[in-house]
Write a protein that binds this ligand. Structure first.
Ligand code: MF3
Ligand code: CO
Length: 256
């Protein structure tokens, strides 16, 4: 069942969303050569604490890993797609890209967003990968309006990504969000004939999160049971926003 949010719910989700945005902005500003992904984690933990928010990822049970995720952030570097774990040993160097993904709960409502950040100068093709992923998210957001269906969101991502010669990860998907981090519906970044295809209605909130590989779409999970990487070692980009469907069109809750 897809939970429709009231105006009051959306106001609350807006506050969570803006806090996520603020934290990601600050973390983006920290990214440079010599910074470890654990430094980002520590800063995020402190900022959430100061704001009175609860980290949504830390302690979140994930069936595929059969464990609770241990950190506030997912920090996935280069060929890591998602669920990369912050580490003091993972020190960022020029040419890297780092995906910073985080969620939090404030007064019972969740926010969740992700950005990909370049460390120093990165390869031109990697910059294009980031740009196409960002564009795919923006085009998908524009589909989040009454009268459209979920496939319009999913298909828009896929068309833009594949039209630019990249590929969409199949093993991880976006999701509804509200008083839970993950609600219905699942939001694949491709057309999945098995997926449900509801009409989009005012009050739905979608966490749209294209994960895009420079090479093939296949992913595998490392021995740590969390880190998902591209099978072919190609770089991967990820951007995510929470978007409310309203009578007036898409409302991106996770940016000002
Ligand atoms: N990438 C996931 C999302 O944005 C992260 C949540 S799972 C967790 O929905 F294990 F990291 F908590
Ligand atoms: Co998400």
């Amino acid at each position: 069942m897809i939970v429709l949010k009231t105006r009051n719910d959306l106001e609350k989700m807006r506050r969570s969303g803006l806090l996520v945005h603020q934290i990601l902005r600050a973390l983006e500003g920290m990214v440079k050569e010599g910074v470890s992904t654990r430094d980002l984690e520590d800063a995020a933990q402190r900022m959430m604490g100061e704001a009175g928010a609860r980290p949504a990822f830390k302690g979140y049970y994930v069936e595929a890993a059969k464990a609770k995720y241990p950190y506030v952030l997912c920090t996935s570097v280069n060929d890591e797609i998602v669920h990369g774990m912050p580490s003091r040993r993972r020190v960022l160097k020029p040419g890297d890209i780092v995906k910073i993904d985080t969620g939090l709960e404030l007064e019972g409502y969740y926010g969740d967003a992700a950005v990909t950040v370049a460390v120093g100068d990165v390869d031109g093709e990697v910059r294009r990968l980031m740009q196409v992923t960002r564009e795919a998210l923006e085009l998908a957001i524009q589909q989040a309006r009454p009268g459209k269906r979920l496939v319009d969101v999913c298909g828009t991502v896929q068309r833009h990504v594949e039209g630019n010669g990249f590929s969409v990860v199949r093993d991880y998907v976006g999701h509804g969000i509200g008083t839970q981090l993950h609600e219905e519906p699942q939001i694949p970044n491709y057309l999945d004939p098995k997926a449900e295809n509801p009409r989009l209605k005012p009050g739905m909130v979608l966490a749209i999160e294209p994960m895009v590989n420079a090479g093939g779409p296949e992913a595998r999970v490392l021995q740590d049971r969390w880190t998902a990487v591209t099978k072919d070692g190609s770089f991967s980009a990820h951007f995510e926003h929470c978007v409310a469907v309203t009578e007036n069109g898409p409302w991106v809750l996770t940016r000002p």
